[in-house]
Design a protein around this ligand. Structure first.
Ligand code: SIN
Length: 486
């Protein structure tokens, strides 16, 4: 093991099922550091049978957990929050080592993830029901909210902590038990979170982590009638397969899928603010977020000035091993990710896009791609149509507001969108016209635990975070009380 931590017990080596750490298992999984391509460690994996054990354990444990008062559940979540923040540095080192993002970004992600524990602990106490006017005087109509049942969560490698937190926190707050299948690239962050959940007092079986192959674990989660809800963050392609697999048992699903975020800069914008917003939104996590700017649309009259400044700022980004001081751009998660970015850039330049900066792999190692700016990008090009998931900023010029809105909406996706303007009328017109679940105005980062995160169209369904985020984990039960006049 080559990760140096203050608390070495955070490094766990196998699945966490029913409060037990499993070390003997179906197989092993090698965890690699994308910065060096070296194997960091090998961990034990779960198979279909072990996943079924986890589901059964969750089903059993949920009976007691849902009976615990909301206040007591909130206290457990608060302790989990405190522990995550107390171990922020160690969790960040684990994350950077297995995922590649810079240490500053990993620390930020741990705080972002922990915030969901704090937020949903507070929300647990606000799961109110209703008393509804009855059809006659001898009756009363009441609604109560109850946990939806055992939750399965399939989480991605790009946010190895926060995407688990955004699902596990509302599930536990609502009184559900959860089985988490983290991405195979980043299991160590998930297991470290489970270790802290155990220390926080989450009872055995209420939270389980099954690491291993999707083809073993996925069908166990989707086919089990005991699992009543599946929540997924990942690609639209896999989201559709999961929806289909969940249909046979009519599970509730929430899907946080791909994006193709437009970033519109109008001629009345504060150009410097727009360049800074584009940088943070595009190059966060080396371009590997679902809400990263995917297409920069700039009004023709300010196009050249904007591009000049964007290129200068992008060229100044320091690339390297995320663990090293001052690094602002880490590697991509694996070689496959680099190959895909390379393919999209090649197809687009062959179709006429101009490389203003970068455009190729870096000599730093097989997982590095140089931050890139492309101009002359048109709607037919691969970088315009596909989610890039890498450090490539494609720029397209537009004529007027109608043109910008048409270009922005010209995609099957509808997750995040951004625009920069100082015209108050335009703020409302454009915000309402964009076919997206989220709109950032004069801001390049919009994610926080208090806001509803989610998309429309091929970007999925459901909202995570905010006061709405717990609803996906609750069922409404209608109770009619009659005979009250007797
Ligand atoms: C994602 O990329 O899936 C999540 C990004 C965020 O929460 O900001």
């Amino acid at each position: 093991m080559t990760i140096k931590l203050n608390d070495t017990a955070l490094l766990r080596a196998g699945p966490y099922i029913d409060g037990q750490w499993r070390t003997s298992s179906a197989g092993t999984l090698a965890v690699r550091n994308p910065a060096t391509s070296a194997i960091v460690t090998e961990i034990a994996t779960a198979d279909r049978a072990m996943t079924n054990e986890a589901i059964l354990a969750a089903h059993r444990a949920m009976k007691d957990w849902q009976a615990v008062s909301a206040k007591a559940r909130a206290q457990v979540l608060r302790r989990w929050f405190d522990l995550m923040m107390a171990h922020q540095d160690d969790l960040a080192v684990i994350m950077t080592t297995e995922q590649g993002k810079t240490l500053a970004e990993s620390r930020g992600e741990v705080a972002y993830g922990a915030a969901f524990m704090e937020w949903f602990g507070e929300q647990a106490k606000r799961v109110d029901g209703d008393v509804i006017p009855a059809p006659s005087g001898d009756k009363r109509v009441i609604c109560i909210k109850q946990p939806v049942g055992v939750v399965a969560a399939i989480t991605p490698w790009n946010f190895p902590n926060a995407m688990i937190a955004r699902k596990a926190a509302p599930a536990l707050a609502a009184g559900c038990a959860i089985v988490i299948k983290p991405a195979s690239e980043t299991p160590l962050s998930a297991l470290a979170m489970a270790e802290l959940a155990e220390r926080a007092g989450v009872p055995a079986g209420v939270l389980n982590v099954v690491v291993g192959s999707s083809s073993e674990i996925g069908p166990a989660l989707t086919d089990s009638p005991l699992v009543r809800k599946l929540t997924f963050t990942g690609s639209t392609e896999v989201g559709i397969q999961l929806e289909q697999a969940c249909a046979a048992t009519l599970k509730r699903t929430s899907m946080e899928l791909g994006g193709n975020a437009p970033f519109i800069v109008f001629e009345d914008a504060d150009i410097e603010a727009a360049v800074q917003g584009a940088l943070i939104s595009k190059y966060r996590n080396s371009g590997q977020t679902c809400v990263c700017t995917n297409r920069i649309l700039v009004q023709a009259s300010i196009h050249d000035e904007f591009v000049e400044r964007l290129v200068a700022e992008t060229a100044a980004l320091k690339m390297g091993n995320g663990l090293d001081e001052g690094v602002e751009q880490g590697p991509l998660v694996n070689v496959g990710a680099v190959e895909e970015v390379e393919r999209l850039v090649r197809l687009s330049t062959e179709a006429g896009a101009k490389v203003e900066l970068g455009g190729a792999r870096s000599e730093l190692g097989p997982c590095y791609f140089v931050p890139t700016v492309l101009t002359g990008v048109t709607p037919e090009m691969a970088v315009f149509r596909n989610e890039i998931f890498g450090p490539v900023a494609p720029v397209t010029a537009f004529a007027d507001e109608a043109d910008a809105i048409a270009l922005a909406n010209d995609t099957e996706f509808g997750l995040a969108s951004y625009f920069y303007t100082r015209d108050i009328g335009r703020v409302w017109r454009v915000a309402e016209a964009l076919d997206y679940g989220m709109v950032g105005i004069n801001e390049g980062i919009i994610s926080n635990e208090m806001a509803p995160f989610g998309g429309v169209k091929a970007s999925g369904s459901g909202r995570e975070g905010s006061k709405y985020g717990i609803d996906d984990y609750l069922e409404i039960k209608y109770i009619l009380m009659g005979g009250l006049d007797r």
